[in-house]
Design a protein around this ligand. Sequence first.
Ligand SMILES: NC(=O)c1ccc[n+]([C@@H]2O[C@H](COP(=O)([O-])OP(=O)(O)OC[C@H]3O[C@@H](n4cnc5c(N)ncnc54)[C@H](O)[C@@H]3O)[C@@H](O)[C@H]2O)c1
Length: 330
Amino acid sequence: MKKILVTGGAGYIGSHICLKLSESGYQPVVYDNLSNGHRDAVAPNITFIHADIRDRDALDHAFETFRPDAVIHMAALIEAGLSMREPARFYEINTAGTLILLEAMRRHQCHRIVFSSTAAVYGNCDVNLLDETLPIRPENPYGRSKAMVEGLLTDYGVIYGFHALALRYFNAAGADPQGRIGERHDPETHLIPLALQAAAGHRDALKIFGNDYNTPDGTCIRDYIHVDDLAAAHIAALHHVLHQSKPGFDAINIGTGQGCSVRDIMRLCQEITGNSFAVSDAPRRPGDPARLVANPAKAEDMLNWQALYRNPRDMIMHAWAFYCKMAGPS
Ligand SMILES: NC(=O)c1ccc[n+]([C@@H]2O[C@H](COP(=O)([O-])OP(=O)(O)OC[C@H]3O[C@@H](n4cnc5c(N)ncnc54)[C@H](O)[C@@H]3O)[C@@H](O)[C@H]2O)c1
């Protein structure tokens, strides 16, 4: 059975990936410092290492003990807004931390990696669908910290013979369809869980940042991708890096190819929960592109993967089911 070291495996997306890995015949080993993750999001039968990716000794110990065949690297700080205020932390953890991990991989002859990148590397591109041939022009330190890792992986592919894939996720959403795990960020900054908190009466009015974009209803358009589809994309990507004979680096969009506006998401959240909540208009946030929608053709061609959940309604229903389970009987 192939062993996969999953950094950030106690986080939102990582915990869903670990479930999918176990179900697909892999043995995940989670490596997470729990700065933002949850110990109970990792199933008790999965090995859990409580450590930081910047800790060389802990990495050496993990590689010596488990001898993983590949790494899925998700550990990172994820809030673009925070990165505008504290860029150094993002470069230290997301970029320098990844370099420390890559060097540990090199010391232990583990040369296969799937990396969590982001649509934020594209920045503000005035195109309908974003494809991987577009230039990388991140607008914030978060996106730049990830773009820099894509640069590192390019060199590690050419010079050190790494097999590396970066998956550029669009907006992860939803929860495990069976309701076992879901999104629990604190503080929460993602639209759907914020709207569900408002629908549950756990938050006051929700803000729409910018209502004058050049979009049909004036609010930003995003490509929401179900976390279960994201997990499946990682299984496909892992298969690719484990079996590809030629080393190198490539980047692949993971999205549905369909956009949904902020206003539509709020309307759907009210409809699905049956609860209305107040929505107020606020100024645009710097660096927020009007539209971020993937062209997912490369993922279909290279990984034979495509999103099964194409309607944000399913993502909201699964997220709401998990939210209600966590909140307990009211
Ligand atoms: N959520 C999204 O919509 C989205 C979109 C694009 C890309 N991504 C990327 O996907 C990955 C996972 O995102 P998420 O939403 O699950 O975030 P998350 O915060 O829930 O998970 C990140 C995990 O990494 C861990 N971590 C952070 N710093 C660490 C360190 N120094 N050492 C060890 N562990 C550390 C945290 O404890 C957490 O469990 C991130 O790399 C993020 O940049 C997420």
